[in-house]
Every structure is written in C-alpha cells, then in structure tokens.
Design a protein around this ligand. Structure first.
Ligand SMILES: Nc1nc2c(ncn2[C@@H]2O[C@H](COP(=O)(O)OP(=O)(O)OP(=O)(O)O)[C@@H](O)[C@H]2O)c(=O)[nH]1
Ligand SMILES: [Mg+2]
Length: 438
C-alpha cells in the first residue's frame, strides 16, 4: 500500500488522570521535530529508533522520550512516545506545547487508522486492537491477541489469492483460448470447492466467537416457584433476584454475568413458564421463551415437592424442538424425594458446587481459536455463496465469463474483510468507536 504523507498528530495514550505516569504519542512526518521542541534533552545529531532518552520537558516535568522510525512504528510513520507524570495539568500543558510546535490533536482511532492506511495492519487487526483494549475476560484477550497478530489477515488474504488465481486462469482462457486452450474445469472446480470448505468452517465457528466475545448464555427455566430465582442467587452468591413463595414472582428476565475459567457466563433468571391470564406475567413468559431461544444452554428446574408434571414435559419438548441443550435440575431435595435430573437444593446449597463445575465444563468446551466477528461474517457467507454457485457452474457448461463474475465477487467480499476492497464508510464506522489516543 502507498505510504501517505499526512500531518503530525498528538494525543495522550494513557487513561484517566491523575495517575502516577502518563504517555503522549506524536505521529507524522514532523514527529521528531515536534519532540525536539518540547523535550529539552533531544539529541542534536542522530536519533536511534527504540532507544529511550531521559530528560526534561518545556513544562518543567521530566520523563522518557521513546522515538520510533517510520518503518518500525505502530502507525507506519515517524513517531515518539513521551512519558511524564500523570497529572491532568502536566499532560495538558505538554500536549499544548506539542500543538504550539506544529502538531494537531489526533481524532479518536486516528493512530490506528494511520497504521491501516500505511499498510502496517489490515482491518481485522485494527478491529483486534479495539478488542484488545476492550477485553474483559482472559478468553477475549487471547482471541484479540491472535487476530492482532494477523491470523485472520493471513487466512483471508491467502483464500483471496487462491480465488484470484482461479480467476486469472478463467480470464486467460477467455482471452487467449486459442493459445492456451480451454480452462481445466476439474482442477478449477477442486480448488474452488476446497476454498468453499474452509469458508464454511469460518461460518460454522463464528457462533463460538460470539460466545467468547459476548459470553456463554445460560437460561434458567422452569414452572413458577421451582426455585429459579433462588438458583440465580445461589450461583451468583448474592440476592440479585427477588425470591418469594408466591408463584409468578419474577415478571421479566434478569441478566447477570460471572466469570468462569476466563469466560464470561451470562445467567438469565426468567419468569416461570405457565399459561397465565395476567397480561404482565404473560408478556414475561413470552420473554422467557425468547431468552431460551438465544441461550447456549438451559437449566430446566422443577420443584421436587410438586414432582415432575405433564407441563414440564411440554416445556422440555419445546427446548428439544429448538435444539437447545439443557440440564434438568431437581430442586428442593431438602424437603422431598427427587425424580429425574440432578438433585439440588438452593436452600441447603446441596449440588450447587457440582453445578458450578458443570458450567465450567460447558464453557471449557468453547475453543479459543480465531473466529470471524459479526462485521466479517456476512462477507464470508456471501463469498461462500458466490463460490458455491461458481462450483455448480463449473460442473456444467456455463460460459467462462459468468464464472469470472462470481469469482470477482467472492474475491471482493474477502477483500472487504481485510480492507483491500472495503468501502470508505465501513472503514470510517470501524474507527469511529475507537477512543482518543488509540
Ligand atoms: N425448601 C426449599 N425451598 C426452596 C428451595 N429453593 C427455593 N425455595 C423456595 O421456593 C419458593 C420459590 O422460589 P423462587 O426462587 O422465587 O422460585 P422461582 O422459580 O423464581 O419462581 P417464579 O419467579 O415465581 O417463577 C421460595 O419460597 C423459596 O424460598 C429449596 O432448595 N428448598
Ligand atoms: Mg423467580
């Protein structure tokens, strides 16, 4: 990609002040010149990339200046990072000194945008920078680190090259059929099918990516008074949900998250399932069903003192029909014999530790490998569809130019993932939500 010659920008890159230390970053063609104006110990002669210098700033504070040459910096431009004491006034006055020396205040995400524009990173890596900054669990961090290192970039660039390779052969056979003969359709078809297979795997695993990024969702379901809210509280070890002996207590779902083995687990306490004439409760029950449909797993509870009922059979059949995995929990074993399912008591806490261990097993089965995110997924699906059509055509005697339309489309879709063929408004949307200094 072409290196762009933009102006020099500056922004604090560390968080809220006051803090012990803060960092300010300069990037652009005049970064070193601006730094030499605000950092009194900037050397007269040659400056070495990646070697820190200690000295005083024009605002009287002191710290380290760390220069980066343009071929070895985050942004792909000449850059300097300046450390100083993290008081608001020290940071503000040093930024002002940089502005006075010719820099401009950076927009949110502008450093990363420049890294992208200068070809240092692609769009998947830019998105991963954001995910690294936003990571709240170890699994999210691990996933972000993999994409930041360029695993998705490599994968989708390679797939795109394979498609372009077939496209070149198709076009050559259209333009120079007399010289090079007809397209070797079986070979082209095998290559397209192989790419299709890989794309399909990315589509299938995207759901796991959602689990790592947004949490593993467990819905707590059952008839009124089964003890769902009590279970939620027992698992969270607090009294988040209201518990009473009146059936129909929980009217709307309540969501809480906990971290298990580095994963976020989202527990949802729902309104008890029954035919209700009360419109508020009926609405709540409708929502329970929605929650269930979005869950990765359900805990289906019943009250042992009441026993397993025909209604429970109906609710379980609903889960089966929606293909939602579930665990049946026989609650209140402290006061009654238990029937089917895992015996628990939220009152005595019997079986609760085992249940937490089960949650651990459930989330541990989630692989933490790179996954496409929700922006990337539609492009993978579209590319897969075009290639599937192309593969079908290759088996018949469709004209070669029709093949090239489909192959061009698939290559464009994959280019939108990495950014080679991304529309400007999409690029803007990606960087729009970044914080200042990133
Ligand atoms: N003995 C005993 N009582 C329990 C146990 N778990 C819950 N209860 C009682 O059962 C009643 C209902 O508990 P909740 O947790 O409110 O039940 P729920 O399923 O959320 O009920 P709804 O919100 O109305 O659908 C309360 O009086 C709880 O104290 C248990 O393990 N043993
Ligand atoms: Mg409840």
């Amino acid at each position: 990609m072409h290196r762009l010659h933009l102006d020099t920008i500056v922004a604090p890159i560390t968080g809220v002040q006051p803090a012990a230390v803060a960092w300010i970053r300069l990037s652009g063609p005049d970064a070193w010149t601006v730094a030499s104006n605000v950092f009194k110990s900037w050397p007269e002669g040659d400056v070495e990339s990646h070697r820190a210098l200690f000295g005083k700033y024009v605002n009287g504070d002191e710290g380290l200046a760390l220069p980066f040459a343009e071929d070895r910096s985050y942004t792909g431009e000449q850059a300097v990072e300046l450390s100083l004491h993290g008081s608001a006034v020290s940071v503000r006055t040093l930024v002002e000194a940089c502005l006075a020396a010719g820099a401009r205040l950076a927009e949110p995400g502008e450093f990363t945008l420049r890294a992208f524009m200068n070809g240092r990173i692609d769009l998947t890596q830019a998105e991963a920078v954001r995910e690294t900054v936003d990571a709240q669990t170890e699994a999210q961090l691990h996933l972000a680190n993999l994409s930041r290192k360029g695993v998705l970039r490599k994968e989708f660039s390679a797939l795109r090259s394979r498609i372009l390779g077939v496209l070149a052969k198709v076009e050559a056979s259209v333009d120079f059929s007399e010289e090079i003969g007809d397209l070797d359709r079986p070979v082209a078809s095998a290559e397209i099918e192989a790419v299709c297979q890989v794309l399909l795997e990315w589509v299938v695993t995207a759901g796991w990516g959602q689990v790592v990024r947004n949490g593993y969702r467990i819905a707590i379901l059952g008839r009124p008074n089964a003890g769902k809210s009590s279970l939620m509280n027992a698992l969270l070890k607090n009294d988040r949900s209201i518990v009473t002996s009146t059936p129909g207590t929980t009217r709307d779902y309540i969501e809480e998250s906990l971290e298990v083995e580095g994963f976020r687990v989202i527990l949802t306490d729902t309104a008890g399932l029954r035919a209700s004439v009360d419109p508020v409760e009926a609405k709540g029950i409708e929502r329970s069903r929605e929650v269930a449909s979005k869950a990765n797993h359900a805990f289906y509870m019943y009250d042992c003192a009441v026993g397993w009922t025909a209604e429970d059979d109906i609710h379980i059949a609903e889960l089966d029909s929606q293909d939602i995995s579930y665990t049946i929990l026989a609650n209140k074993v402290d006061i009654a014999e238990h029937g089917p399912g895992n015996p628990i008591s939220t009152m005595t806490m019997a079986g609760i530790d085992d249940l937490l261990a089960d949650i651990k097993h459930l989330v541990e089965s989630t692989p933490v490998v790179p996954f496409v995110n929700l922006r990337q997924l539609p492009f993978v699906e579209q590319a897969h569809q075009s290639l599937t059509e192309c593969s079908a055509l290759l088996k018949g005697d469709a004209p070669d130019d029709l093949l090239s339309v489909l192959l061009t489309d698939a290559a464009m879709q994959l280019g939108a993932i990495t950014g080679e063929t991304a529309a400007p408004d999409m690029i803007e949307r990606i960087f729009h939500d970044f914080c200042i200094g990133k």
